[in-house]
Design a protein around this ligand. Structure first.
Ligand SMILES: NC(=O)c1ccc[n+]([C@@H]2O[C@H](COP(=O)([O-])OP(=O)(O)OC[C@H]3O[C@@H](n4cnc5c(N)ncnc54)[C@H](O)[C@@H]3O)[C@@H](O)[C@H]2O)c1
Length: 260
């Protein structure tokens, strides 16, 4: 098989959590263009349906699945919906996540738990449900969204819960990779740097956020934030057969932020 063919995803089925917008949306579009059938899973039905329409307009196959991935029952139903419709699941992208800026001393336990429930617990639940389906087939690709904040305590914003959750995702990725390698399931992660999405735009609109860009940009060697499209090559690579020897790894795509 030629090298570009080994990046192809024909015959593969994928689910992307938080697929309705931002990074998740760009992952859905990339996986579909590479040939996969894509389930766009989101808590926001309207945005998920819009991504499905975009994929179908480009000639791809997609479906929307409503799922709050912090809910164990809904995660199981999400995977069931994919398997029930397409007969199997080969690619699970655990991407939904949230960020909050809060001084650590002011953070209430309930807010800490809310971040952990989505950024960490839900990633585990989604990986576990996917692996239950992938294991009998002897093959699967699980791709978690971590962050450069898993590698570095980026400042000046205060985000102890976010950083901690993402660092835990990195180590969970390695741990699951080791446990599930004998079952043929590869588990890797992508760590984006600052990426222009609604999550970041919302934070930048706050009074604290308005002062952030002038602080952030000089710290990025490439001099600008990523666009969600900058991450598309990595998701196709990790989803495809070409990366089958890679597991437990993280692809850091941060414009060089962590070099300094
Ligand atoms: N944008 C960045 O700069 C950046 C950098 C590093 C890592 N990340 C990570 O990338 C991922 C995506 O971030 P984004 O910037 O695209 O965010 P976003 O806010 O633009 O999109 C997140 C999507 O997740 C969905 N979602 C939220 N809660 C959910 C739930 N409980 N169940 C299902 N879906 C839910 C939202 O409806 C939305 O469609 C997150 O894990 C984030 O931490 C983002």
């Amino acid at each position: 098989m030629g090298i570009l063919d080994r990046f192809g995803l024909d015959g593969r089925t994928a689910v992307v959590t938080g697929g309705g917008q931002g990074i998740g949306r760009s992952y859905c579009l990339a996986l579909a263009e590479a040939g996969a059938k894509v389930a766009v899973a989101d808590i926001d039905d309207e945005s998920a349906a819009a991504v499905v329409l975009e994929i179908e307009a480009g000639g791809g196959v997609a479906m929307a699945v409503h799922a709050d991935v912090t809910d164990e029952t809904q995660v199981a139903a999400m995977v069931d919906a994919v398997v029930g419709t397409w007969g199997g699941l080969t690619i699970a992208v655990n991407n939904a996540g949230i960020g909050v800026w809060r001084a650590a001393a002011d953070m209430e336990l309930a807010e800490w738990r809310r971040i952990m429930a989505l950024n960490l617990d839900a990633v585990f639940l989604c990986a576990r449900e996917a692996a239950r389906v992938m294991a009998p087939s002897g093959y699967g690709k699980i791709i978690n969204t971590a962050s450069m904040s898993a590698h570095v305590a980026n400042t000046p914003q205060n985000q102890v819960a976010y950083n901690s959750s993402k660092a835990a995702v990195l180590h969970m990725t390695r741990t699951l990779a080791a446990e599930w390698a004998p079952k043929g399931i590869r588990v890797n992660s992508i760590s984006p740097g600052y990426t222009r999405t609604l999550l970041v735009d919302r934070l930048l609109e706050t009074p604290e956020g308005k002062s952030m860009l002038p602080e952030w940009l000089p710290r990025i060697p490439l001099g600008h934030m990523a666009s969600p499209e900058d991450l598309q090559g990595a998701i196709v690579y990790l989803a495809a057969e070409v990366s089958d020897y890679m597991t437990g790894a993280d692809l850091l795509i941060d414009g060089g932020y962590c070099c300094w």
